[in-house]
Design a protein around this ligand. Structure first.
Ligand code: C2O
Ligand code: CU
Ligand code: CU
Length: 490
């Protein structure tokens, strides 16, 4: 049974019922998300095959709060046992015993309360990646809160202002803890979206490093060189499973919300014979959707994709990982690997028209903006020390700004490896290299390249982190802080 879970943005009684059905299960076709024109004609509405996402779907977090505008969840970090390899079980680090952790779903404007308990052998915290929430809820130990020790609890409590695909993960010893399985999805839904975006499935892409007997490889495998390359797991996971199957009705659109939750691995995704319509990214919908052949997600990036699986009923198409050259031979001699199977089933349907998805994203006004110049640096090889502007995080001074300021950040990369640069707490607009107009919180800075982005600080003062999201690099020192001060009173 599914707990009742109503949402505050529904307008009339019939819509309230509909949004309950959507929160509840897999079978609700997106055609139900109409804007009040009445219930769809179920006899003629084509559906995905029965149980289409049963093998792959991430369990929903249980909302304990009857209020439609509050999502209240209990979450515990704890060890659990998974079977990834035939040689033996793997003791993973999890949220609630699941890799990935439960799917937390809310509507824009909802209050989200997470009663978190740490039952791990180590201290931890939860960072809500990409969410524009108050600094006190950012999950950065020693800055926004104390680390949560084994046996301790902490309540996260915030309002979610933006619709998009987000995720959560620890910010203590993050390379190790994320690498051991700690990450989960958080979806914030727009109050209303056009019908026809496809049946949604959230796909958390990751990997894990396990020995032949199933035990976890130690977090520092490969020593300094391991840190320099960034440790990629030897087992690829899609929603915590090895090569799971997703069923699809030929011709019927699906909406794949992809999250790269890997500690260091980039995901370039191919589905032979298919292209994707990328409608969104880190910070919600793009200004205009773009067609992509093989979407690339650097660590921590998200992609909101519409795909129309086609092919003979009864056949399979395999979504695969394609090596992405992130520098220093990282794509050399690495054949594609299977991610998951798309099994076609049922009578093909004629492809439907994707609704118009224009979104107004006004480019930030750069009139009075200040410039922040950062260079990502390799300061020392042994013991390894990476940094920003030649200093590791521990020795760094914060970048300073005021509420209301707009800044242009110029991030240069002098290393032989690419770096996915992430800023906590604020979305930015990439100015160059030129791409689709969208809000982002993580951007790849290629080898020898420079990325410029603009960011405007809304009224959430505090100390915010930025770092490379190859978490091995962040742990090696490639991290810094941004102090957003209250506006001067003059
Ligand atoms: Cu996913 Cu400090 O971030
Ligand atoms: Cu973050
Ligand atoms: Cu890096």
């Amino acid at each position: 049974m599914c707990p009742p879970r109503l949402h505050g943005f529904a307008i009339g009684p019939s819509l309230l019922v509909l949004s309950t059905a959507i929160a509840c299960g897999s079978a609700a076709p997106s055609a139900l998300r109409t804007d009040g024109s009445g219930a769809p004609d179920t006899a003629t509405t084509p559906r995905q095959p029965p149980g289409w996402d049963d093998e792959i779907r991430i369990p929903d977090a249980v909302d304990l709060n009857p209020s439609p505008a509050i999502v209240e969840v209990k979450l515990a970090a704890k060890l659990a046992s998974y079977d990834f390899v035939s040689g033996g079980p793997t003791t993973v680090w999890t949220y609630d015993g699941h890799v990935p952790g439960p799917l937390i779903r809310a509507n824009v404007g909802d209050r989200v309360i997470i009663h978190f308990t740490n039952n791990l052998p180590d201290a931890t915290s939860i960072h809500w990646h990409g969410l524009r929430i108050s600094n006190a809820m950012d999950g950065m130990p020693g800055i926004s809160q104390p680390a949560i020790n084994p046996g301790e609890s902490f309540d996260y409590d915030f309002v979610v202002p933006d619709a998009s695909t987000f995720w959560y993960h620890p910010h203590v010893d993050s390379a190790a803890q994320v690498g051991f399985g700690m990450y989960g999805p958080l979806i914030v839904e727009a109050p209303r979206e056009p019908a026809g975006l496809g049946d949604e499935v959230v796909l958390v892409l990751s990997d894990i490093s396990v020995n032949a007997d199933g035990t976890l490889m130690s977090e520092d495998t490969g020593g300094d060189l391991g840190s320099l390359f960034g440790r990629e797991g030897n087992v690829l996971l899609v929603n915590g499973r090895v090569r799971p199957t997703l069923k699809a009705r030929p011709g019927l659109a699906q909406r794949w919300r992809l999250i790269n939750a890997a500690r260091s691995r980039y995901f370039q995704v191919a589905l032979p014979g298919h292209t994707f319509l990328r409608i969104g990214g880190d910070g919600g919908l793009l200004a205009e959707p773009v067609t992509v052949a093989q979407p690339v997600l650097a660590p921590a990036e998200r992609a909101d994709l519409i795909v129309v699986p086609t092919g003979e009923p009864g056949t399979d198409v395999v979504a695969s990982w394609i090596a992405f050259d992130r520098g220093f031979g990282t794509a050399f001699n690495r054949p594609p690997k299977d991610l998951f199977v798309v099994h076609l089933e049922g009578e093909p349907v004629a492809a439907q028209k994707v609704p118009d998805l224009h979104r107004d994203i006004p480019p930030l006004d750069l009139g009075t903006s200040g410039l922040v110049s950062l260079t990502l640096t390799e300061d020392q090889l042994s013991p390894i020390e990476l940094g920003i502007n030649g200093v590791p995080y521990a020795a760094s001074q914060p970048v300073m700004a005021h509420v209301g300021d707009t800044q242009v950040w110029e991030i240069s990369n002098t290393m032989d490896f690419a770096h996915p640069f992430h800023l906590h707490g604020f979305f930015f607009q990439v100015l160059s290299p030129e791409g689709p107009l969208e809000w982002k919180d993580t951007v790849n800075v290629p080898v020898g390249g420079t990325v410029r982005f603009a960011v405007k600080y809304d009224d959430r003062p505090g100390m915010w982190m930025f770092h490379c999201h190859i978490l091995d690099h962040a742990e090696a020192g490639m991290m810094g802080s941004l102090m957003v001060m209250e506006r001067d009173r003059n």
